[in-house]
Ligand binder design. Structure first.
Ligand SMILES: *Cc1c(COP(=O)(O)O)cnc(C)c1O
Length: 344
């Protein structure tokens, strides 16, 4: 049986959350003299604490009820909130599979929580044997699964993720920042089957709104309520919520841009395959490619000199650089720069 209360920090379970003026009066009609706002101006009113309009729009698109959504100031806020809700500082632990997204570690460090890092296998997949001993540890509260994984680019096997969801009694977070670029099925509705699952998505990648800082968590209502209780009352600005709503209204633009990126990715792969500086291109379900070169530090520096900025991932995967798929002309510039390195 999944026991959410056992997992939550006692101070969070006992928390009396802040009650804003808008929590206490929810109507939209009237003269509003309750929140000490300035009566003049365009942006004079506090934003909706619960982003009702954005969630309604998203609900239509995702087929998930609004009450199963939490909007964070980027996925980064969601990751931090989960440590704060579940991990008693200095006592509890989290676990992830490396190499992976660096924020799981930074948020763990900020919250004084040990993050256990289990290496992925040669093909960058989850190794169940090394995971097994941890599954019954009562101080292990969170498992972060980044799929498609950053920086490796691949999705993890459905069977491995299901194994974790079924055998771990703590919280499992599947970070789907890149899921829109993948053909694999999203886990976004799977909290209905697995009450310990939280899926995180973001507007920062496929939706093209990294500047607006909008991340979404999909989970059972009890978990969503914990997130609502712990977040800052007005964590999403009205401007940013509106930007996300506008993006959702223009799904055609979203699909078109995604198609271009995926087409460019295919093209980039076939061009990179021709270059002798590129030793290996790892399989990718995302909008980036992890490639192996002879000397990543050297290649990275050389590309920077030619004003092409990639991400040197040498410290995570030996001699690798991560290349984001750009606009057609940007990708051409990358290929030209790599060609000049190949010749020299
Ligand atoms: C880019 C990225 C995010 C997005 O974070 P935001 O705070 O929503 O911008 C989340 N997870 C991973 C793995 C990423 O690579």
């Amino acid at each position: 049986m999944f026991d959410l209360k056992r997992l939550v920090r006692p101070n969070i379970l006992a928390l009396k959350p802040y009650s804003s003026a808008r929590d206490e009066f929810k109507g939209s009609e009237g003269v509003f003299l309750d929140a000490n706002e300035n009566p003049f101006g365009e942006l004079n009113r506090y934003p909706d604490s619960y982003q009702t309009k954005l969630k309604e729009k998203l609900s239509d698109i995702k087929g998930v009820d609004s009450k199963n959504m939490f909007v964070g100031n980027g996925s980064d806020e969601i990751i931090d909130l989960l440590y704060r809700i579940f991990c008693n500082p200095g006592i509890d632990k989290a676990l992830t599979f490396t190499p992976t997204f660096g924020m799981y570690q930074v948020a763990a460090d900020i919250n004084d929580t040990q993050l256990i890092k289990l290496p992925l296998n040669e093909e960058f997949h989850i190794d169940r044997t090394s995971l097994k001993p941890y599954l019954n540890d009562e101080t292990l509260k969170l498992i972060f699964i980044c799929s498609p994984n950053n920086p490796t680019g691949n999705c993890f096997n459905k069977a491995d993720i299901e194994y974790i969801l079924q055998n771990f009694k703590g919280i499992v977070i599947i970070d789907e920042a890149y899921a829109d670029f993948s053909n694999n099925k999203s886990w976004v509705k799977s909290f209905q089957e697995f009450p310990n699952l939280i899926v995180a998505q973001t507007f920062s990648k496929a939706w093209g709104l990294a500047a607006a800082r909008i991340g979404i968590a999909y989970a059972g209502y009890d978990i969503i309520q914990l997130l609502n209780n712990v977040k800052m009352p007005y964590n999403i600005s009205a401007l940013n919520e509106e930007a996300a709503i506008q993006a959702l209204r223009n799904q055609e633009n979203f699909e078109n841009n995604k198609d271009i990126i995926l087409e460019e990715k295919k093209k980039l792969i076939s061009e990179l395959e021709q270059l002798n500086v590129i030793k290996k291109i790892y399989p990718s379900d995302a909008n980036f490619l992890l490639v192996e070169v002879e000397d990543a530090n050297e290649t990275y520096r050389n590309l920077v000199e030619q004003k092409v900025i990639t991400r040197n991932r040498n410290s995570l995967v030996e001699n690798s650089i991560r290349i984001t798929v750009g606009k057609p002309e940007e990708n051409e510039k990358l290929i030209k720069a790599l060609l000049s390195i190949s010749k020299s």
